[in-house]
Each structure stands twice: as structure tokens, then as C-alpha cells.
Design a protein around this ligand. Sequence first.
Ligand SMILES: *[C@@H]1O[C@H](CO)[C@@H](O)[C@H](O)[C@H]1NC(C)=O
Ligand SMILES: *[C@@H]1O[C@H](CO)[C@@H](O)[C@H](O)[C@H]1NC(C)=O
Ligand SMILES: *[C@@H]1O[C@H](CO)[C@@H](O)[C@H](O)[C@H]1NC(C)=O
Ligand SMILES: *[C@@H]1O[C@H](CO)[C@@H](O)[C@H](O)[C@H]1NC(C)=O
Ligand SMILES: *[C@@H]1O[C@H](CO)[C@@H](O)[C@H](O)[C@H]1NC(C)=O
Ligand SMILES: [Cu+2]
Length: 777
Amino acid sequence: MLSSLIFVLSGAALGVARPGQNVENTKRQSGSCGTYEPAAAVKAPKTNPWAQITPADNAAIWDLLHDPATGLNLTLPSFTTEQTDNYVAFIDTLHTNKSAVLPYVDGNGPQPPKYARVVIFEGGKKVPVSQEYMVGPLPVSSNTTIQKLDYIFNGGKGGTVPFNARFFDVSRDAASEPLLASVMTEVADITQKLFGGAYYGAEDERTDLTFTFDTPVSLDGSQAVRIVMFRYPSEVEFLQPLDFYVILDIPGTDPSKYTLRGIVTNEKFFPTVAKFREAFEAGQIVNEFPQPRDAEWAQLTRKKEMGTRTLEDRLAPQSIELGGKRYKLDAEQNYVEYMGWSFYMSWTRQLGLAIYDIKFKGERIIYELSLQEAAAQYAGNTPKAASTVYHDTHYGFGAQSAVLLEGFDCPFGATMLNVSYPEGRATTVKPQAVCIFEADSGFPLARHRTGGFEPSDGYGFSNLGVVKASALHVRHVATVGNYDYLFDFAFNVDGSLEVSVRASGYLQASPYYKTQGRFGPRIHNSTQGSYHDHVVTFKADFDILDTKNSFQVTSLQTVQQSQPWFPELGSFDQMELHASNLKTESQLNFDPNGQSMYTVTSDKTNAWGEKRGYRIVPGHSNIHLTSSNSPFSRKQSEMSKSHLAVTRVKDTEPYANSWQNVNLPQAPQQDFSKFFDGESIENEDLTVWFNLGMHHFTRSEDIPVTLFTEASSSILFAPQNFFDRAQEGDLQNRRWVETGENMDELSWETYGVPLAGCDVRLREPVSGILPWESVEG
Ligand SMILES: *[C@@H]1O[C@H](CO)[C@@H](O)[C@H](O)[C@H]1NC(C)=O
Ligand SMILES: *[C@@H]1O[C@H](CO)[C@@H](O)[C@H](O)[C@H]1NC(C)=O
Ligand SMILES: *[C@@H]1O[C@H](CO)[C@@H](O)[C@H](O)[C@H]1NC(C)=O
Ligand SMILES: *[C@@H]1O[C@H](CO)[C@@H](O)[C@H](O)[C@H]1NC(C)=O
Ligand SMILES: *[C@@H]1O[C@H](CO)[C@@H](O)[C@H](O)[C@H]1NC(C)=O
Ligand SMILES: [Cu+2]
């Protein structure tokens, strides 16, 4: 019998008595739960070497760059900045070299120096370019240099991006605006008749249409095209496309050389305004399906006209940390400890949250886990849908992440962290943009019942063990234009780790045409849900114990075997495991039918002589880009084209993609496929790149917004012979129930974890939900 029984019921059979009702608890019998108590403090073992640059560093870098002595000839960016000026596009934190970090975090090496990356649009140069620099070491001192940042890019031109391929910012918009306004003014009478609206220029009072435009704007940097799609201006303009497109050729920095390529509407292309007018006057142009102008139908407000559901006026179930927070936080170093796990967090403008030095029970599993890219490619019969490829790092995941609503985005009582990023000389603070919380997993981690299941079994005993499952989540949401991406990292108590991403928000829709169902269904009066792929690339630099790892593929194969005790079967089918290491750097896909297991292993073995490792288990919707040879995603989206990829870790390959690559599909600044140059990956330091995402088969339930229930994708990293047994035996949140030998006695073991007998009072968060604040360095 168990030695620490705390409750014994006599004469009752398992399942009849409800002993839990009688269990005594000693703590937290009343009073408030620990829900809103802050996480206990802990001191990180080391100063976070991945930390972002400080507001003071940023301001000092800004001043250094703008010092005439540097010779950069910079203009302070403003609304009147011309694209022929030189000005800073942004400053961000540069990835810290792993080779410099390991001696520091694992030994007595010096803390690695911090560097910033700086993008400068150099339109004032003879050959205008976008040029990236590295500035450091920081803080700025006489030792600080400004050097071209080339080593992280493999396209051949380093940090130099042709001007035609650079980010389409305010100054670039302003340069093509006069041509757009003049074309649209010429046809204003027609757009009035067709859509009840016209565009005379963004600043013109008569303008009552708005627009979006294409990405990529260039294919190889030698040309630039602006495909403008008009919409009704409203808060839900993504859902209100109009069947009217203007295509402009806009190469170089001299707007007088920009020309009209044509107008598209009614599935017809008109190379000139005159040809378009001719067709309109001949009655060949109609607006068959008018677009509503109002927005309320697509806002995330409650729709009274849809009625009510029984009992839905009651508060929905909540995940609450009833026993108080079970994790510790070093808020200064962004370091967390939870149930054996420990890790550091860092934030960048372009990539948002990254997690470093992930250890379980003191042993390193992953050195870096970070987002790298979220690509989306569309399909359609319109100039915009047919050519659209987005790389959302182009807009910056860190900069686009903002406040989370406690109780809805994250549970009530979650730890909410501010994030910040440089914006000009100042630093923008986004309050409560990351949340950390522990949640019930919604299922038990483990359970088993043995012995007499039914009275007729005739067993003399029965017992039941059940272990609680919970996980610590780190979460943020980046709203990149129309979409809200919810990123969630869940650290499970058994040593497994799940990465998931979900998408909600407005579809980037197209106008509806009767004959174009092959690109998506009609989802509103004049709106087609344009089919598209989402592929979200992550980096997992595994260090199973140390940096000497291999990538093992264990495949299930059927073989023909005979067994001497079955002579009558002759030769018959049998399954075998065939394990081998991937020999060289590769891009690969998960085998169909889940018939292979992929594992990062160490040569170090567990008690049973098996190699210790972590397996990579596909979850929901593990996909890659559908198209492999589209002109719009040809070579700048190579990281999106396989489920997995395995490379050797190099200081020169910290990122899968570059942020302006999207506009260079045919002459990439960063070509992920070049990472695969035949190097051996056995017993080496490995990075696994993996893709989550979805093939977005749009539907009318994407109105008003795409739902997180379906638009979700995940992957799990789980120990494989890493330990000698499952990591549950040391958990106290469990029950063990057993009957005596004659089923006449019931023992109920609770392992001393008190139940919460407390008064839960949730509160609406009323502070800290301002969208942002600016801090001077
Ligand atoms: C400095 O930049 C301006 C544009 O802002 C340009 O007109 C000027 O020629 C540049 N000066 C030099 C020396 O390059
Ligand atoms: C500059 O670098 C030298 C050599 O590493 C070092 O001794 C010195 O302290 C540094 N100066 C500053 C201001 O950081
Ligand atoms: C949109 O469709 C609804 C349902 O068919 C219809 O009642 C409404 O009038 C339409 N609106 C427009 C602007 O055509
Ligand atoms: C987070 O930001 C808010 C608003 O800027 C500020 O009031 C609060 O002190 C910040 N919290 C921390 C922990 O820095
Ligand atoms: C990182 O390593 C690369 C390759 O050795 C080197 O070129 C680069 O200068 C290093 N970066 C920093 C910030 O030290
Ligand atoms: Cu989508």
C-alpha cells in the first residue's frame, strides 16, 4: 500500500464513491487565488546576450549616422523627404553570432559585443540603392564603426538592394502619385458612373476611392511595376475591392519617366486611356455586382440580427492559474524558468519574438527558436491577385505586434510584457504585446486504469492513475496589414515543446466574377475570396546537449519475411524501422502517411544505450508553397518550398530570408537554396528550418474574418530516448486511486498539492492598453 495515503474510504468500490468531495485541503481554503500575483523573480544566469539594442544605443547610433563626419549625407526623414534623398529607413538589432555567444553562456568568455543593423535608402547616390550597414560595437564609442553589412546575404550584392526593389515607402508613393492621379482624373467621369467614386489624388477633397498595390514591385531590380487595385475606403477595405486596376511602370527615381502600362477591368486589358474610354462608350464595361460601401457588416462587433444562443449570456470557461503562477521571470533579462524549462527571449523589429538557450532540466535542447518569414502567394485572374507574393518580414513582425487583450487573447492574470523597437531616433514601446501564462492543456498528460474493469472480470483489485497536463505559453500577435498572426510557443511539462501559428483578420479579397470560381468562391456581394498559400518559416537551431548533432530519419518499410512457425504463410508482409542519418544539408518533406520520424540526435546515449534526441512531429497543416516556379516567387521564396530543411550552423547564415528579398524573385538578395551546398551534417551543429502555414481555401466563413479554429498550424518537438523514461514521474499534480485486494477499501493519493478553495475575481484590464508610446533615448 502507499505510505502517504491521506484519505481512505472503506467498503466502497472505485467509481461509486466520490472521494474527491471529501478530500481535505490545508492551503488557500479561502481568499483570493494567486491569479493576479506577479510571477516570482529569478536571476538569469547571464546577462541576456541576445537582448535588443537599448533606446539610448539607438539614439546614439542615430546621432552618429547623421554626423556629417560620417559622409553618409543623410536627410532627416519627414513627409517631404524625396526619394532622391539619403535617409535612414530603420535601425534594428543585428543577430549576435553564436560563435561569440557560446563561450559566454557556457563558460567564462566575454559578453559578446552588440551590433545594430541600419538600412539607409540612398536615393541621392549616382546609382541609387538601399544599403544595409552594421554599426557597433555598442554602446557607441570611439571604437564604433559603420560598415556595410554583407555577410548575412548570399545573393552576391551583400547588403545592397537595387533601388527599384526597395521598400515602397511614403517618398516612393509620392513619386508615382502624380501619374496615378492624372490617369484616374482622366477617367473620373467613368469611375463615377461605374462605382460612384473617383480618385483625383490622395490629397484631393473630391477623392472618394482608395487603393492598394502589388508586391513584388520588381522582379530583379531592373524594373518596377505598380499594380494599383481600387477599393472603397472603409475600415474593411480589404473586403471591398473594386474591379478597377491601373498598372504603372515606375523604374528609377525620375517620375517623368514613369508610364501607364494599362487599365484592367471586366477581365479586359486596355493599354491606353483612349482604348478604355472607347470600350466604355461602346457599352462594353459594366459594374455588374456593386460593392456595398458600408463597413459595419464586417467589423468584429456582435451582430444582433443573428439572434442569441441559449445560455450564451453566461461567462465562458476560463483558463486561470488558480494555484498561483508556477513560473519565474527575470523581467530585466527576459529570462523564464518553468517546471524544469529555462529560456531567454529577445525582440527585433523585423522578426518579433525569438527564444534562445532553451534548456530542460539543465540540458540544452534548442539554441535558437525564431520566426524567419511569413510568405503568402495568391492566385487569380486579376493583375493583383495573380502576381501577389508577400513576405511579411518586409513590414516587420516586431513593429506590427501590439497590445493583447487580457482575458481574450491571453488568459486573465497572464504576465503581460511590453515590447519596443527603434523608430527614427526614438524607441516605440508597445505595451502588453507579449503574454506569458500557464494553461491547462485540456486533456490529461497520462492516465491508466488496471485491474477489474467490470464486476464480471473477477479481479480482486483496481487502480487508476491520472496526471495533469499543463504548459507555459509565450504568445504574441502581429497584425500585418489585413492579417493577425498569433504565434504561440507552448512548453509542456513532459519536456515537449509546441510551436503554433494561427491567422485571423480580413482576407485580401478580389472582385467577384461569375466565371472565376477556380480562384475562390463568392463570399459577398461583389467579393471573391482569393485562393492563397501561407507559409510561415521558422528556425530551430537544435543543440541536443551540445553542438555535435545528427539528423536521423526513421522510416517504416514493409519487407517480405517468413517465420518457421508459420510455414503455411510462406513469405509475408512485415514492418521494419530503417533508421539512417541525413548525410548532407537538405530540403525535405514529411513522408506521406506519417511513415517517417525525424529526429535531431546526439551521439551521447541514455541508460539503454540509445542516442539521445528530440523528434520533430508534424502537427496540424504542415505545408509548403504550392508553386515552385512562379515568376513572382521563383528564387526569393526558396525557404517556403519544403516542409523541413537541415543546414549546418554558420555565423553567416543566421536568417532564412532578407526583408527586401520579396521584390527580387529573379535576382534574390538572399537565396535560401544556396545554403545546400553538399556539406556533411553528421555530428555537426545543425539548424532545422521548418514551415507552418495553410493552403487558404477561402470560404464565406472567412467573413467577416478568418477564424483561428481552422486557420491554424503546428509542430511538436518531443524527447526521443533523450531521457530514460517519460518526464511525468516527478509531477505532483496527479491522482493515484487504488482499491484494496478485495475491492473493499479505496485509497486516494493527492501528493500534497492543495486544491484551490478560493474566490476568483476576474477583472477587466483597464490600464496599459494604449496602442503605443514613444521613448526618447
Ligand atoms: C547629398 O544628398 C543630396 C540629396 O539629399 C544630394 O542632392 C547631394 O548631391 C548629396 N551630396 C553629395 C556630396 O553627394
Ligand atoms: C576600444 O577597444 C579597445 C581594444 O579592444 C579597448 O581596450 C578600449 O577600452 C575600447 N574603448 C572604448 C571606449 O570602449
Ligand atoms: C448585397 O447582397 C444582399 C443580399 O443579396 C442584398 O440584399 C444587398 O442589396 C446587396 N448590396 C448591394 C450593394 O448590392
Ligand atoms: C509598459 O508600458 C507602459 C506604457 O508605456 C508603462 O506604463 C509600463 O511601466 C511599462 N511596463 C514595464 C514593465 O516597463
Ligand atoms: C559574425 O560573424 C561573421 C562571420 O565570421 C563576421 O563576418 C561578422 O563580423 C560577425 N558579426 C559580428 C557582429 O561580430
Ligand atoms: Cu489567408
